[in-house]
Design a protein around this ligand. Structure first.
Ligand code: FPP
Length: 229
């Protein structure tokens, strides 16, 4: 039995996929967004309860206005079109990040889907949006300061100020498209996660690819800094 409860994914390579297929970047992102459901279904079959996807970083705002808009439209579409399936499959949608940065037309639909799925107790899909690992830590510190907390902060109490303290840390981080970077993703939460990088581009990453990642994870010997034998 795998001890894999939570997989976090840096979905990279939509642009390269588009280039390789001679289509606009936005089409690469569209294919990428279609892949989300495939991977979510596959994760469900493999008994993985939590899937967290890096859908838009704090740095992604620097992309061209047209590309940002295309991504926001995909988010709106995803939130409305996938909602019935999420309800049917008892999936809960959550979001982490500076959500108020998201334009209202997309944010409304997103938060509606979050609210409507909030009582679902099956698998949990968390979208990281306008998300940065440093921003998350800074936001946590500011909340602590605002509370004028006189007591000492511990690692355990600090966690309560993160965006989703109740979600267990990822066991496995997957990055598609070959880059060997964390790119400011879940800096606190990934402290002990196993890392799996594949050259496969995100729009080509499906059930078989996820299985390969899980098999690689199952061969690892996780020690969390200590020794188990
Ligand atoms: C990286 O590809 C991917 C992103 C910046 C965004 C990820 C977004 C999606 C998969 C679609 C939207 C998702 C949802 C849930 C609506 P890149 O453009 O950096 O690729 P490149 O490095 O090859 O150029």
């Amino acid at each position: 039995m795998s001890s894999l409860r939570h997989v976090a994914i840096i979905m990279d390579g939509n642009g390269r996929w588009a280039e390789a297929h001679g289509v606009p970047r936005a089409e690469g992102h569209r294919q990428g967004s279609l892949q989300v459901e495939t991977v979510l279904d596959a994760a469900g079959k493999l008994g993985i309860k939590y899937v967290t996807l890096y859908a838009f970083s704090t740095e992604n705002w620097k992309r061209s206005p047209a590309e940002v808009l295309a991504l926001m439209k995909l988010l709106e579409q995803f939130s409305t079109e996938r909602l019935p399936r999420m309800m049917e499959k008892n999936i809960r949608l959550r979001v982490i990040g500076r959500i108020t940065d998201i334009p209202l037309f997309a944010r409304q639909k997103l938060l509606e889907a979050v609210e409507k799925t909030s009582k679902n107790d099956g698998n949990v899909l968390t979208l990281a949006l306008s998300y940065g690992g440093r921003a998350e830590i800074v936001d946590a510190v500011n909340r602590i300061l605002a509370e004028k907390n006189d007591g000492k902060i511990t690692e355990e109490s600090f966690r309560n100020y993160l965006y989703a303290p109740d979600i267990p840390d990822p066991d496995l981080l997957i990055r598609t498209s070959g880059e060997l970077r964390l790119s400011n993703f879940l800096l606190w939460e990934l402290a002990y996660s196993e890392i799996y990088v594949t050259d496969v581009l995100w729009p080509d990453f499906g059930e078989e690819e996820l299985k390969k990642a899980v098999e690689a994870f199952n061969r690892r010997d996780r020690r969390f800094g200590g020794r188990t034998k």
